[in-house]
Design a protein around this ligand. Structure first.
Ligand SMILES: Cc1cc2nc3c(=O)[nH]c(=O)nc-3n(C[C@H](O)[C@H](O)[C@H](O)COP(=O)(O)O)c2cc1C
Length: 231
């Protein structure tokens, strides 16, 4: 696939056909994605291909915990888990949501409810000893460490698109990291970066018209408040 087309059309896919994805296809995706950049070329990632149905069901249940919190915050008009936010409003939204059983109070969506049945489920880990987190000591939320891991996840999705597959990167499971780590036998020092679902796209998953802001909205000249950068 043409690179420019791939960059413009690799959207989140959450609906899959029932077709299985062969292990050699998954292997090829990982084999392409391993060329992703990372700070100091540390490649401090690890992937667990989760196949066991009981483990998948456990991960789905843990995903639903985060997902119901996400929906509660979003319906309160908040950006879920934004590092800078109104914590009181967040607490109130979560409190309201916890008063009903989340699985019956809101429709959690087919993807979340059926996460255990996606054709491919990858759990992505990061080794904290291998991240060049240049902002580690700043008195603010740290961001840079993840930049050594997430390009790898994005490369998996791009490679998947190139193979006619679709998928989505997810982070809800990170809310339940304490339970995910022992469930998958993950040793000390490793943390959860997210999970990816992959499969052959079905239904709405096949649409590729992505809504993104134009360059002028996010690129400026010389200063943050400088004139919009234009061609
Ligand atoms: C850091 C990150 C976390 C995300 N977490 C989730 C998630 O937990 N669940 C989910 O369904 N999608 C998740 N997504 C997918 C986004 O919702 C998706 O990329 C975005 O809405 C754009 O969708 P589109 O490509 O269909 O336009 C995540 C994406 C990123 C980059």
């Amino acid at each position: 696939m043409d690179l420019d087309l791939a960059l413009r059309t690799t959207g989140a896919v959450r609906e899959f056909t029932g077709d299985p994805v062969a292990d050699d296809v998954v292997y090829r995706l990982l084999d392409a994605a391993r060329f992703a950049p990372s700070g100091g070329n540390r490649q401090a990632w690890k992937v667990i291909v989760v196949k066991d149905p009981a483990l998948r069901a456990r991960l789905r249940d843990l995903y639903l915990v985060g997902w119901s919190e996400y929906l509660a915050m979003r319906s309160a008009g908040l950006v879920p888990w934004a590092p800078v936010t109104d914590r009181d409003a967040e607490g109130a939204a979560l409190q309201r949501a916890s008063q009903g059983s989340p699985r019956t109070a809101v429709n959690l969506g087919d993807f979340a409810e059926h996460l255990d049945r996606v054709p491919v489920l990858l759990v992505l880990l990061a080794d904290l000893r291998g991240l060049a987190a240049a902002d580690r000591d700043l008195p603010r939320y740290t961001l840079v460490g993840g930049a050594s891991i997430y390009p790898f996840a994005w490369s998996i999705l791009l490679a998947a698109h190139g193979e006619g597959l679709g998928g989505v990167f997810t982070t809800m499971l990170v809310r339940s990291e304490d339970e995910v780590l022992p469930a998958l036998g993950i040793p000390e020092g490793w943390v959860l970066a997210g999970a990816l679902a992959l499969g052959y796209p079905a239904g709405a998953g096949r649409a590729t018209r992505l809504r993104r802001e134009p360059v002028e909205r996010f690129a400026s000249t010389d200063r943050f408040d400088g004139p919009p950068f234009a061609a």
